[in-house]
Write a protein that binds this ligand. Structure first.
Ligand code: NCD
Ligand code: ZN
Length: 347
């Protein structure tokens, strides 16, 4: 008999963009409803590069939520060419942030101040290795000569492999993996190397970008890849390996900024993220592995206690709305207009 409901240890989101200001107020409750904790990306404008900026941002996130939400934002530091090892270690020791994020310069949204050459941040990375702080990596090269669909695989081969050789104990999360090459690298690396996986890279291949016309709401970075890569990422997510865990990369942009002649990269998947992942795990015959992926592997990798309490997913169809409008901001959620076969039960 098919499962009628599924109880899971309360899950976490190990990669999310909550933005700031009105957008933060609009999107944070969706993440807090689904997840106990989340690793919050620092690519604000200006980016979160100091302990003071991260503490202030954390306070604004909590201020955007109901006082009893129970949600815990886990903050990150944005690495620039000028990254200061002392400041990075101080934020970690003072429990302001848990990780630092490497954006190669100009790889994605608000990454203009990112790192131009990884050699520039070796002092910071050596310090992080020494204090066992996690490095989150946007794994794409940005040289224009490399085809956009190859940027992750080339990053793994040229940059990540060297980084792991040079700093063999550094704890690294390769974020939002999209390729067979990335999945294989992480699987065969040591236990200090892990990866997050988004719902969109489990559901979409690159045909989705062009299905009957140009589809801006399927556009994110790293861009979705060929079907064989989607299959490899699905296999990794559902393998049960503790190296792979949930990171939505929910990245909201207003509808008008997506539906534009130069549309922004990012998919807003926070409202139905667990439902979206559950659909994939069920299709793969691995629903019993969803809890490890969503609620255990990430916390263990980061060395943080597992959450107490459970959430319940009911086997009830849920219609994903075409649009979600909050506080005057119009957003198009992932799976807009579609039906998913699971629904997160209200508490
Ligand atoms: C993210 C954003 O909009 O901040 N966009 C995206 O497509 N994922 C940035 C990022 O994670 O690359
Ligand atoms: Zn992201």
């Amino acid at each position: 008999m098919a499962l009628e409901s599924l109880a899971l240890r309360r899950p976490d989101d190990w990669h999310v963009h909550l933005r700031d200001g009105d957008m933060l107020a609009a999107v944070a409750p969706w993440t807090a409803r689904q997840f106990a904790r989340a690793i919050v990306m620092p690519n604000l404008d200006p980016p979160v590069t100091s302990v003071a900026a991260a503490a202030g941002y954390r306070a604004r996130i909590l201020g955007a939520l109901a006082p009893d939400s129970g949600f815990e934002p886990l903050m990150t530091c944005y690495l620039t060419d000028q990254a200061d090892p002392d400041e990075i270690e101080r934020g970690f020791r003072e429990h302001v942030w848990v990780a630092a994020k490497l954006y190669p310069a100009n790889a994605t949204t608000n990454s203009a101040l990112g790192v131009t050459d990884i050699a520039n941040i070796y002092p910071a990375l050596e310090r992080m290795q020494a204090c066992r702080m996690v490095l989150c990596v946007h794994g794409e090269v940005t040289v224009p000569q490399v085809d956009v669909f190859d940027r992750e695989a080339v990053f793994v081969e040229r940059v990540l492999a060297r980084l792991v050789r040079d700093l063999p104990e550094l704890r690294i999360v390769l974020e939002h993996i999209t390729t067979q090459e990335a999945a294989d690298f992480v699987e065969h690396a040591g236990p200090n190397i892990a990866a997050t996986i988004t719902p969109q890279h489990l559901h979409l291949n690159r045909n989705a970008l062009f299905a009957g016309g140009l589809r801006p709401h399927a556009y994110c970075l790293p861009v979705v890849k060929r079907e064989r890569h989607r299959q490899a990422v699905r296999a990794a997510a559902t393998s049960g390996s503790p190296k792979f865990f949930l990171g939505t990369d929910s990245a909201p942009h207003p509808r008008h900024a997506k539906e534009s002649a130069c549309g922004c990269a990012g998919i807003f998947n926070a409202p139905f993220a667990l439902e979206s992942y559950a659909t994939v795990f069920e299709e793969e015959g691995a629903i019993d592995r969803l809890e490890g992926f969503a609620s255990e592997h990430g916390a263990r990798f980061y060395g943080i206690e597992l959450n107490q309490g459970t959430i319940v997913l009911d086997r009830v169809d849920v219609e994903v709305p075409e649009r979600i409008t909050t506080g005057g901001i119009e957003l198009v959620p992932f799976h807009a207009g579609q039906r998913l076969g699971w629904r997160l039960a209200a508490e």
